[in-house]
Design a protein. Structure first.
Length: 434
C-alpha cells in the first residue's frame, strides 16, 4: 500500500538537509521526497494520507549495541565497577532467567525503543535468540541479531556454541522481508581465548556476515590482556590477521591509542559509542571526536538498560555530544549534525544495512515523526539543534518501519503496553524468588 505523509519538515540526512513538504512511500521504500504540496492527482492515487501538521520527519534512530535480553535487570544493581557488577549481580540473575522472563524483558525493550523513536537495533545475547527473531518479525522492527558467545569453557562447548550461533545466523539473515540481519559475536577478548575468536572470524568470513565484539571497554580489561599476552587486545587481533576480509563492529573502544584509530580506518572498522553506559560504569569516554576526524564509522548505542538505564537514543545523542565537548574543552567538537549522523546514517553503515538512515528516494521507509508542540522545543525553527540538544523520546508521536506504522499518536500498534508493564513486574519478581 502507498502512504503519503504531508505538511512535514523533513530532516533528510542528505542534501538538501531540510525539506518542507511531503514523502510518498511505496512498497516500504521512499518513492518521492518533495517540497510543497502534493498534487490532487497524487492524492487521488495513494492508499493512505497522513497530515503531518508541521511535525518533523526524520530517519528512525539506530541503536548499534545492546542486550535486550537483560531488560528486566533495569535498576537491579547500580554503582558497582563493571567486572564486579557483571560477576556478582548480572550473571547470577541472568543464569536464572527462562524463556518467559527474557521475552517479557524484550517486549518491554521494544516498546520503549518504539516509543522513543528507535526503529533499528542490535541485539547481542546468548539466550532464546530464535524466540526474539520471531517476535521482531511480528512486531515489525528492524534488527541485527547475534547469538553472543563466551569462550571460557572446554573446546567442545565452544564449538557447540559456535554451531548454534552459525545456525541462527544462517536461518535469520535477511529474513522478515529483509528487516532482520545477523552477525557472529564473540563476547569480548577477556571472555574469549584468542583461538576461539579466530574460529569465529573464520566462520564469519565464510558466511560473509559481520563480527561484533566488546573491545577495550575498561582500562582494567586492557591491562589484564597486556599482562596475560603482552599486547593490547586490538594489536593482538591485528597480529593474528583477524581484522581484514570481514566487517567488524566494536562496542565501546574506550581505551584505544592514536595508532589504533589510524589502523581502524585502514580496515574500515565501525565503532559503537555508548556514552551513558561508559559513564555509569565509570569506564571512561571513548575518543569519538578523534575517531570521526579520522573518518571512522561511529554509531550510537545504549548497551543494556542494566547499565544505562534507558533506551532513549535522543538522550544518548545529547549526552554523547556534550561529554565529547567537556572532555576536549572544545565546544566545536561533535556538532549536532554529526551527532545526528551517528544515530542514523552511521548506524546503518555500522550494522551493514543498505539504503537505510536517510530520507531519500530508494531508501527504506523507516522514519519517525516528532511533534514540536511542547514548550521545551520553542521557538521551533532550529530543528537540527533541537533534535540533539532538546528533544526527548516522548516527543516522538509516530514510528514507521518499512512503510508500516508501529506507533500512531503515541499508541503502540503491534505491542500491548498494559500487558508489557504487568508482565515486566511479574517476571522480575518470579526470577528474583527462584
Ligand atoms: Zn554490551
Amino acid at each position: 500500500m502507498s502512504v503519503l505523509i504531508k505538511n512535514v519538515s523533513i530532516v533528510t540526512m542528505t542534501e538538501p538537509e531540510l525539506v518542507y513538504g511531503y514523502v510518498l512511500i511505496k512498497d516500504g521504500m521512499f518513492h518521492t521526497v518533495n517540497s510543497g504540496e502534493p498534487t490532487d492527482e497524487l492524492i487521488s492515487e495513494v492508499g493512505r494520507i497522513v497530515n503531518g501538521q508541521g511535525k518533523w520527519l526524520l530517519p528512525g534512530l539506530i541503536n548499534t549495541h545492546g542486550h535486550k535480553g537483560m531488560a528486566l535487570l533495569r535498576g537491579h544493581s547500580d554503582d558497582l565497577p563493571l567486572h564486579r557488577w557483571l560477576e556478582e549481580k548480572m550473571w547470577p540473575f541472568e543464569a536464572k532467567q527462562d524463556r518467559q522472563a527474557v521475552r517479557a524483558g524484550r517486549d518491554m525493550a521494544m516498546a520503549e525503543m518504539i516509543l522513543s523513536g528507535t526503529t533499528t537495533f542490535l541485539e547481542m545475547y546468548h539466550l532464546f535468540m530464535d524466540d526474539f527473531a520471531e517476535r521482531i518479525e511480528e512486531v515489525g522492527m528492524r534488527a541485527s541479531l547475534m547469538r553472543s558467545m563466551i569462550g571460557l569453557c572446554p573446546k567442545s562447548e565452544q564449538e557447540a556454541k559456535l554451531d548454534e550461533a552459525k545456525l541462527f545466523a544462517k536461518q535469520w539473515h535477511k529474513k522478515a522481508s529483509g528487516r532482520i540481519q545477523t552477525m557472529l559475536a564473540p563476547h569480548a577478548p577477556y571472555t574469549c581465548p584468542p583461538d576461539f575468536i579466530e574460529r569465529i572470524v573464520e566462520e564469519a568470513r565464510h558466511m560473509s556476515i559481520p563480527v561484533h565484539m566488546h573491545l577495550a571497554e575498561t582500562q582494567f580489561e586492557v591491562n589484564k590482556h597486556q599482562e596475560q599476552y603482552g599486547i593490547h587486545p586490538f594489536d593482538h587481533l591485528e597480529e593474528m590477521g583477524l581484522l581484514s576480509n570481514v566487517h567488524w563492529l566494536f562496542a565501546h573502544g574506550v581505551y584505544l591509542e592514536d595508532t589504533h584509530l589510524d589502523r581502524m580506518k585502514e580496515y574500515d572498522l565501525a565503532v559503537s559509542y555508548n556514552p551513558v553506559s561508559n559513564l555509569k560504569l565509570g569506564s571512561g569516554v571513548a575518543r569519538v571526536d578523534e575517531m570521526l576526524r579520522k573518518g571512522l564509522t561511529v554509531g550510537i548505542g545504549t548497551d543494556s538498560v542494566a547499565s544505562n538505564n534507558t533506551l532513549d537514543l535522543f538522550e544518548e545523542l545529547r549526552m554523547g555530544a556534550l561529554i565529547q565537548k567537556g572532555q576536549s574543552h572544545d565546544p566545536t567538537t561533535l556538532q549536532a549534525r554529526d551527532a545526528l549522523k551517528m544515530g542514523t546514517v552511521n548506524g546503518a553503515k555500522a550494522l551493514q544495512f543498505e539504503n537505510l538512515g536517510k530520507i531519500e528516494k530508494g531508501y527504506e521507509a523507516d522514519f519517525v515523526l516528532v511533534a514540536p508542540n511542547e514548550v521545551h522545543l520553542q521557538p521551533k525553527e532550529h530543528i537540527i539543534s533541537h533534535l540533539v540538544y532538546a528533544t526527548k523520546g516522548t516527543d516522538v508521536t509516530d514510528v514507521y518501519v518499512k512503510g508500516k506504522p508501529l506507533l500512531e499518536n503515541r499508541e503502540l500498534l503491534t505491542l500491548d503496553k498494559e500487558r508489557i508493564v504487568f508482565e515486566a513486574n511479574e517476571e522480575y519478581q518470579r526470577i528474583l524468588q527462584k
